[in-house]
Design a binder for this molecule. Structure first.
Ligand SMILES: Nc1nc2c(c(=O)[nH]1)N[C@H]1C(S)=C(S)[C@@H](COP(=O)(O)OP(=O)(O)OC[C@H]3O[C@@H](n4cnc5c(=O)[nH]c(N)nc54)[C@H](O)[C@@H]3O)O[C@H]1N2
Ligand SMILES: Nc1nc2c(c(=O)[nH]1)N[C@H]1C(S)=C(S)[C@@H](COP(=O)(O)OP(=O)(O)OC[C@H]3O[C@@H](n4cnc5c(=O)[nH]c(N)nc54)[C@H](O)[C@@H]3O)O[C@H]1N2
Ligand code: SF4
Ligand SMILES: [Mo]
Length: 758
């Protein structure tokens, strides 16, 4: 699209979801305001594709409800009212209050009395990726929580056990595969997850055009299922049984081919033994997938020259999340599709160390400590968020007294939301770094506002590590942040410094120093010393200087020479991103397991199989609840963008016609949905897209202004898409027993007609 004379165009990526599409942001050269957001046709990955949410990038910055200055909650309201209110304060006052309170609570009750919660947007911001770890270290608490334990934690556990690192995710090589078997994922709505691949619709169309096959396994006939060759409705929570049945057939019919992997893989016989009892016939009554269909599918998958099995939210946030996540990779491995073109492969991003062995430890960071109330295990330094509320509201030694949230909305996102909502009100002190006054941050004593995406630079650190091609892209800032808003990196450094009586720059110095040491120790740039490397990083500071260090010492880096190779300067120059080529085999070099081999049958997983076996004896509940996503929505926090929120109500309960008849609920009329922990009333949509016995309700809603406590500031969301909070129904005691990830799909519920509100 041509640029008008009075327009500037900046190319960067959209960081709202994992696709990270290239966007062209047009601004008025006089006012600096955004005049248009379009797909960047020259972007190395997305080639012009964007989804409707991209417009939200600009709208977030100008949203009248967005927080533009630090806020402090005043109890009972400033004017003597009964409800708490927020008043504006200066940054210095805010930071002084926050750090003195946190230091005091740590002094009195110990570091672990301060809990922290990181939300999803942290993954999409390199400043967070680089600054939050030192902030958490400075607080010294082990009571760390994040959205990981309502998301991909099971995949982290299984990947760590199999390949040695929590983030060693095998990513579908979607552009080269001939067979894509997707379980519990709806990339046409989510735009892909643990698979950075803009324009999933286009990529899936190309798969079918080249004669490939798309099979979707999901209790709902989703948008993705609609474009698939086959859709198999599956009873929620039974994917591990189904995957075992596929393996059973592969072994039974002699279709197993480890190929290149055979030389460095352990545990094939153990998997064969485990799969023996899960025949397609044995599990069909549980999964709802007929035995002969399972057999045909296993054969077709094995016979495809390049095939990949992939699972996402539906396979993770369920009762057997870690087993299902593991078996997805086992299916790929035993059919010769792990670490092979067109199978599941490991990206090698530009910021990762040049030495594939860097960071190899052989340890599995599991259960090194446990939560106080339920004794739930830590993984990779975090406790499961399903236990956060009880760690706050259960009296006794070691109780959580303070909470720091960073870009997170756990009141909308985590199980038994009503209990957490109450528990947050019992804290001695809470601070939120956020852009909205929402269901969670309204409980904070102090809210610290940081930039919205277009007001900061970015590098897609996490998502380059999950990309379907090796790729590097720099995102320049487009807009000036409002005067009262700071960059997260600076806020993190400042809190980290002050809480220990130092300044923010001292923390940054320490961080840079340790990263320089690690880099040079790792063998990068053997000819120069730390001081020289530091000099060559030039005048940049903050997250950008650290990124420059990582890129220059990485696999594609210039190793601090003036010669070829990547640096941050080179990235900045490449406005449309740099394509670093298709994914390449990385095994066995990148393995970090103790044995140095792929572990197909790690002990913890083999043991957990016993739980699956016991489940075979039980019958399924009559009716269970699952979730879904919509392309115009993003978890809980984009509902205040008018352009996205307008249109029909999206928070509806999808019900199969047979269930509607059985429970007496009608299309368009409200139903009461009840679970062990709570109930909601929500409009029904009757549709045969649902499997009988399963109802679907999206998460992230529930924006009706609260009746008590401080009000939220989400006028558009409350007016256009209030919806109900589906996590009022999810149960904090429902866990995937191994990872302790929350079970958010397959919740037993009852439904009945509710009186019309009107
Ligand atoms: N029932 C059910 N529950 C679920 C899920 C499900 O499928 N079903 N999905 C789960 C998943 S996968 C996830 S990832 C979680 C998400 O859980 P959370 O991360 O807790 O929730 P989000 O809705 O992503 O909220 C993001 C928060 O960050 C703030 N924010 C957004 N951008 C910025 C920014 O640039 N800077 C700052 N400082 N703040 C920002 C928003 O205002 C909001 O408060 O929800 C989980 N919950
Ligand atoms: N538009 C939009 N895009 C998003 C988000 C968003 O909120 N909106 N959120 C982002 C985030 S944080 C994430 S993590 C990703 C998630 O990305 P996806 O996993 O692709 O997203 P979902 O649409 O939740 O798909 C999960 C599917 O699992 C199915 N399911 C439920 N239970 C089961 C089960 O037991 N077995 C099987 N096989 N299927 C089951 C559901 O019916 C649903 O279709 O999306 C990201 N992208
Ligand atoms: S799919 Fe949409 S929300 Fe996701 S990165 Fe692309 S434009 Fe942004
Ligand atoms: Mo997520």
């Amino acid at each position: 699209m041509a640029r008008a004379d009075n327009e500037n165009v900046v190319y960067r990526s959209c960081n709202l979801c994992e696709a990270h599409c290239g966007v062209a942001i047009h601004t008025d050269s006089e006012t600096g305001e955004v005049t248009g957001i379009r797909g960047d046709e020259n972007d190395a990955m997305s080639r012009g594709y964007v989804c409707p949410k991209a417009v939200g990038l600009g709208a977030l910055a100008t949203d009248p409800d967005r927080i533009r200055t630090p806020l402090r909650r005043v109890r009972g309201g400033s004017g003597g009212g009964t409800r708490d209110e927020f008043v504006e304060i200066s940054w210095d006052e805010a930071l002084t209050l926050v750090t003195s309170k946190l230091a005091e609570i740590r002094e009195t009750h110990g570091a672990n009395s301060i809990a922290t919660y990181l939300g999803n947007p942290n993954a999409h911001d390199f400043a967070s990726n680089l600054s939050v770890a030192p902030l958490l270290r400075s607080l010294g608490t082990k009571w760390r929580f994040s959205a990981s334990s309502v998301d991909q934690l099971p995949k982290m556990v299984s990947s760590c056990l199999m390949f040695g690192k929590p983030n060693a995710f095998a990513i579908p090589d979607i552009d080269r595969t001939d067979f894509f078997l997707a379980l519990g994922a709806n990339p046409l709505a989510s735009n892909g997850s643990l698979m950075t691949a803009p324009d999933m619709r286009g990529r899936l169309r190309k798969l079918r055009e080249r004669g490939g096959t798309l099979v979707v396994v999901d209790p709902r006939r989703t948008e993705t299922a609609d474009v698939a060759d086959r859709h198999f409705p599956i009873r929620p929570g039974t994917d591990a049984l189904f995957l075992f049945a596929l393996l059973h057939v592969l072994f039974d019919e002699d279709l197993v081919r480890l190929e290149r992997l055979a030389e460095f893989t352990n545990g094939l016989d153990a998997v064969r033994d485990l799969a023996r009892e899960f025949s397609p016939e044995t599990v069909a009554g549980h999964t709802g997938i007929a035995a002969d269909e399972t057999r045909t599918l296993a054969r077709a998958f094995a016979e495809a020259s390049r095939a990949v099995c992939y699972g996402r939210i539906g396979t993770c946030t369920q009762e057997f999340g870690t087993l299902a996540s593991w078996l997805v990779d086992v299916v790929n491995a035993v059919t010769g599709n792990l670490d092979e073109e067109g199978g599941a492969m490991f990206p090698w991003p530009a910021h990762a160390p040049a030495d594939p062995a860097a960071g190899r430890s052989g340890h599995v960071p599991y259960a090194r400590w446990r939560s106080r109330v339920r004794g739930l295990p830590e993984f990779a330094g975090e406790l499961p968020v399903a236990t956060l509320a009880e760690e706050i509201d259960t009296p006794g030694e070691g109780r959580v007294r303070a909470l720091l949230t960073i870009a997170g909305n756990p009141v909308c996102s985590t199980p038994n939301a009503a209990r957490l909502d109450r528990a947050l009100g019992e804290l001695d002190f809470m601070v939120s770094i956020d852009i909205y006054l929402n269901e969670t941050t309204r409980h904070a004593d102090v809210i610290l506002p940081t930039t919205t995406p277009l007001e900061r630079t970015n590098y897609d650190m996490v998502f380059h590590g999950m990309s379907v091609r090796n790729h590097a892209k720099w995102s320049p800032a487009v807009l000036e942040p409002p005067a009262g808003v700071k960059d997260l990196f600076d806020v993190a450094m400042e809190i980290a410094g002050r809480v220990n009586g130092a300044g923010g720059s001292a923390v940054e110095e320490t961080l840079l120093g340790s990263m320089l040491k690690a880099t040079l120790r790792g063998g990068a740039a053997p000819d120069i010393n730390e001081t020289e490397a530091r000099d060559r990083l030039g005048k940049r500071r903050g997250a950008e200087r650290i990124l420059d260090l990582m890129i220059r010492s990485g696999r594609y880096g210039d190793q601090f020479s003036d010669g070829d190779g990547l640096s941050l300067d080179a990235l900045i120059e490449a406005k449309h991103g740099i394509d670093l080529g298709p994914l390449e085999p990385r095994l066995p070099e990148m393995l970090s397991t103790e044995s140095g081999r792929v572990e197909l049958a790690p002990e913890l997983l083999v043991e957990d199989t016993e739980r699956l076996r016991q489940g075979l004896a039980a019958g399924p509940p009559d009716l269970v609840l699952v979730g879904r996503r919509h392309v115009r929505s993003n978890n809980s926090w984009m509902h205040n963008v008018h352009a996205l929120a307008k249109g029909p109500a999206r928070c509806t309960l999808l019900v199969h016609p047979d269930d509607a008849a059985q429970y007496g609920v009608r299309d368009g009329a409200p139903a009461r949905v009840r679970s062990r922990v709570g109930e909601v009333v929500v409009p029904v949509e009757v549709t045969d897209a649902m499997m009988p016995g399963v109802v679907s309700l999206p998460h992230g809603f529930g924006h009706t202004p609260p009746a008590e406590g401080a009000a939220t500031r989400l006028a558009t969301a409350a007016a256009l898409q209030p919806g109900v909070n589906s996590n009022v129904l999810t149960d904090e005691t429902g866990l995937d027993a191994l990872s302790c990830n929350a079970v958010l799909n397959g919740i037993p519920v009852e439904i009945e007609a509710a009186p019309d509100a009107a």
